[in-house]
Design a binder for this molecule. Structure first.
Ligand code: PLP
Length: 401
């Protein structure tokens, strides 16, 4: 029996089956490449859903983590530590905002944004207590907590996890008229992904984000952008909102902020919003810990150079040019996305997204399917053009294109 089959059988026996991973077992990784327990190499074209924007084992990030490991890793927020102020100052500056509230996972940051908006609604906007509403988009993905799945429209994510948290209004994504109708006196926030990742890398119609910005400003509602997957370089900009010249009131960040090393998430906003929190009202034991701050500080410094946004723009144009050549040829029905991020709709006659992903794996390329016949391509931003081209050639051969 192969090492791979053994490892998978034993994982299946003792872990909950809440995922359906591709049948490979990774043992090590570097840059855009992963190596499995049998020594086979794979090009990572998923990058941990953007958590690995800077690649596996990035030297700068590993060095920053190692240096901090030797000093102090955790204090809890009961005490100050010497990386905290620097982290908050730098992250706020990167976002052009005044304050940071650090957490760990993306879902926690979304929860924090929800709590921020409600508290701001009651204490600043003057919404009657218990009546706050937050407007969200259909087909959203914001994480897995009970409150967050309460406003999911995905049956797998939501069903049999009720009773659900009230206070959310769901409107179609990309529809400004529906959004305008949904906003009332008691609306405290609009929470959106600037590009919907899990939904299949859906880019909203041009002008949508600008329209959301204008509407929320006019109606005294917070615009909260979940940039957990779209942000920090992926689309060719630090934030996907920049493509429309839009600055939301609240950034929700995660994934790449932890450099693929540790979970780091944050809510970033101005003082008139995040200033609503007083001691004891919200927190997290691991949020803003020294190791997380050290790694995130290096991530921020790397983003400050603009190098990764530049790579995502340049390689992204190439990726989309190549993928678009496949549209209409019988294998690919549509391609969406921005920067080094693409949702590719495969003609169902060529197989499901899962089948295409498995075939690609056999050829040494790792991607992830999403709903039906869509695959998602999001390689680390450090990928070389050569490797990207090789990955695309493997995709063409799987599709018979
Ligand atoms: C991944 C993701 C989350 C949840 O992050 P976790 O770290 O998995 O909790 C939330 N929002 C978006 C847009 C994401 O892509």
């Amino acid at each position: 029996m192969s090492t791979t089959a053994d490892a998978i059988r034993s994982a299946d026996a003792h872990s909950a089956h809440n995922y359906h991973p591709l049948p490979l077992v990774v043992a090590s990784a570097e840059g855009a490449w992963m190596t499995d327990v049998e020594g086979r190499r794979y090009l990572d074209m998923l990058a941990g859903y953007s958590a690995l924007n800077f690649g596996h084992g990035n030297r700068r990030l590993i060095d920053a983590a190692r240096a901090q490991l030797e000093r102090v890793t955790l204090t809890s927020r009961a005490f100050h530590h010497d990386r905290f102020a620097e982290f908050c100052t730098e992250l706020a500056a990167l976002c052009g905002k005044e304050m940071v509230l650090p957490m760990n996972t993306g879902a926690e940051a979304v929860e924090t944004a929800v709590k921020t908006a409600r508290k701001w609604g009651y204490e600043v906007k003057g919404v009657p207590d218990g009546h706050a509403k937050i407007v969200v988009a259909a087909d959203n993905f914001h994480g897995r907590t009970t409150t967050v799945v309460s406003f999911s429209t995905d049956h797998d994510a939501r069903d049999h996890f009720g009773p659900y948290t009230p206070g959310f209004e769901i409107v179609p994504y990309g529809d400004l008229t529906a959004l305008a109708h949904a906003v009332t006196e008691n609306t405290v926030a609009v929470l959106l992904e600037p590009i919907q990742g899990e939904a299949g890398v859906l880019v909203p119609p041009a002008g949508y984000l600008r329209g959301v910005r204008e509407l929320t400003r006019e109606r005294n509602v917070l615009f909260m952008a979940d940039e957990i997957q779209s942000g920090l370089g992926r689309t060719g900009r630090t934030f996907a909102c920049e493509h429309e010249g839009v600055v939301p009131d609240v950034y929700v960040l995660g994934k790449a902020l932890g450099g693929g090393v540790v979970p780091v998430s944050a809510v970033v906003a101005d003082r008139d919003v995040l200033g609503v929190f007083r001691p004891g009202q919200h927190g997290s034991t691991f949020g803003g810990n020294p190791l997380a701050c050290a790694v995130a500080l290096e991530v921020i410094a790397m983003l400050r150079t603009g190098e990764f946004q530049g790579r995502a723009t340049e390689l992204g144009e190439h990726l989309h040019r190549e993928l678009n050549l496949l549209v209409g040829g019988g294998a690919v029905t549509a391609v969406r996305g921005r920067g080094l991020w693409a949702g590719v709709d495969i003609d169902p006659s060529r197989g499901t997204g899962r089948e295409i992903s498995e075939k690609l794996m056999e050829l040494g390329v790792l991607v992830k399917d999403t709903h039906g016949s869509t695959i998602r391509i999001a390689p680390p931003l450090v990928i070389s053009k050569e490797d990207l081209d090789w990955g695309l050639s493997q995709l063409r051969s799987v599709l018979g294109a």
